[in-house]
Design a protein around this ligand. Structure first.
Ligand code: FES
Length: 475
């Protein structure tokens, strides 16, 4: 463990660390644009320059620690060098922060104000490059804003392994481009380059010009798209920036999804399915309780369900793999003794959707199979011939497998033809409207919090289950 001195503080560094890593491990921030803790060192932006006692200036991201090394991270010489570096990096940059989606979370903007904050020193016109280069259906590239840090290139080489991006040409004509004949759409992790880009060069088409980031707040959540259960931030409109008259539906809509770093589950990354949570969660909702296809109140629907459960002789429950740990445990406690319970896969792998890929994506497209199976066993979700009542919780239910004459109670969140043909339909809240935990395929438990209030006509499954128990239980 080499002892080093940073800004006069004697610190211990780990063997093999760089000054950048040792400083950050002790809460000392050295600015960085090209360096990223999960990528190899590039050393191209030069903004991490520090002063090494007796040696002059050196970049901290590529400077190994050694016993007795003493560095200054914010000396006069360092600040003077950073000012020059920032002047160089913004020489041909359009400084169009007013229309840039990255404004408010742009490192270049922050460093410019911290270390430069002066107008351009050049009298020459800025060089122009491609302002809107399509990298596929998800991402557009603004080459004028790009500082060629190569984080995106290294990501496709070192993390996703798609090798789609590279740098072509030389000097001030250098451009990030996809390899010949390739598209970034091939990479199921492509949108991570949007977060990695320290400036506003790589932009999400989905989020493009939809909101300023300071209008949004992030709620911790979990991607339910597969058994990995990646921890994410769901970004949505802040209460103090609610829209009052136009497009008010956006007050309760997902604006974007980004990874919430978690070394035990997903590191700093998520796949593109996680970015598209709105496609999963903002489908047409089923909001109306029904009895025999006729609209009813929640109380009426619950009473009809209790009656059907009390009358059944061979009831079967198909339990959701999208239910939270708390909901599954509530089901087990209150309804488990009344039903034969089987675990159902709510979602199947779609056409072209990746299976287990060795990085994050899993073939099981349900977030809580692990806890559901621990509570309800491994038996297949088939339907015994003498079943006279089926309670279906969640999606992935094939009505054609039901024995003729069996009664169905459906508990779901989205519009489906079966909702109106069921004896009882009760609408449930969704992931962004409730709190809970999921257990991923490796047994790691993560939590999620509500982003939006639940509609008045839906109920939370955890609160519903005890209310479905018939008085005195089932005979
Ligand atoms: Fe060290 Fe870019 S962060 S050179």
């Amino acid at each position: 463990m080499p002892g080093i001195v940073i800004d006069g503080q004697a610190l211990e560094a780990a063997d093999g660390q760089t000054v950048m890593e040792a400083a950050r491990a002790h809460g000392i921030t050295i600015p960085a644009l090209c360096w990223h803790p999960a990528l190899s060192v590039d050393g191209s932006c030069r903004v991490c320059m520090v002063e090494v006692e007796g040696r002059g200036l050196a970049i901290a991201c590529n400077l190994p620690v050694r016993e007795g090394l003493a560095v200054l991270t914010d000396s006069e010489a360092v600040r003077a060098q950073r000012k020059l570096t920032l002047q160089f990096l913004t020489l041909n940059h359009p400084v169009d922060c007013g229309i840039c989606d990255k404004a408010g979370e742009c490192l270049l903007q922050d460093y410019h104000y911290a270390y430069n904050a002066t107008p351009s020193v050049s009298n020459e016109p800025k060089l122009h490059a491609t302002k809107h280069y399509s990298l596929g259906e998800r991402i557009v590239l603004d080459n004028e804003r790009c500082i060629l840090c190569s984080r995106c290139v290294r990501f496709t080489r070192e993390v996703s392994g798609s090798h789609v991006l590279g740098i072509e040409q030389r000097g001030d004509t250098s451009l990030i481009r996809p390899a010949a004949g390739r598209s970034l759409d091939e990479d199921p992790y492509s949108d991570n380059v949007i977060d990695l880009c320290p400036v506003g060069a790589l932009l999400s088409r989905r989020f493009l010009h939809q909101s300023r980031v300071w209008y949004l707040t992030a709620t911790p959540s979990i991607c339910p798209g597969c058994a990995r259960g990646c921890t994410v931030d769901v970004w949505h409109r802040r209460p103090d920036w609610q829209l009052q008259a136009v497009a008010t539906h956006r007050n309760h809509a997902i604006a974007r999804v980004t990874p919430r770093e978690n070394p035990a589950v997903n590191g700093p990354w998520i796949c593109n399915k996680g970015r598209d949570l709105a496609d999963l969660l903002e489908r047409l909702r089923a909001l109306q309780p029904m009895v025999a296809g006729v609209p009813a109140t929640l109380e009426e629907a619950m009473a009809a369900a209790r009656e059907a459960i009390a009358a059944a002789r061979h009831p079967l429950a198909l339990v959701s793999t999208w239910g939270s740990n708390e909901e599954l445990e509530a089901f087990k406690e209150h309804l488990g003794p009344l039903f034969t319970c089987r675990v159902k896969a709510d979602h199947q792998r779609g056409p072209g959707e990746p299976g287990d890929d060795g990085l994050l994506i899993r073939a099981d497209k349900n977030p809580n199979t692990s806890r559901a199976r621990a509570l309800f066993g491994e038996a297949p979700a088939d339907t015994p011939g003498d079943t006279d009542l089926v309670l279906v919780w969640g999606e992935g239910f094939d009505g054609s497998t039901l024995p003729a004459g069996a009664t169905t109670i459906l508990l779901g969140s989205f519009e489906a033809p079966e909702n109106v043909t069921a004896a009882v339909f009760i609408p449930l809240s969704i992931l962004t409207e409730r709190a809970g935990h999921y257990t991923n395929f490796e047994g790691v438990v993560s939590g999620f919090a509500p982003c939006f209030p639940a509609p008045a006509t839906v109920t939370h499954a955890e609160e519903l289950f005890p209310r479905l128990v018939p008085e005195g239980g089932r005979p």
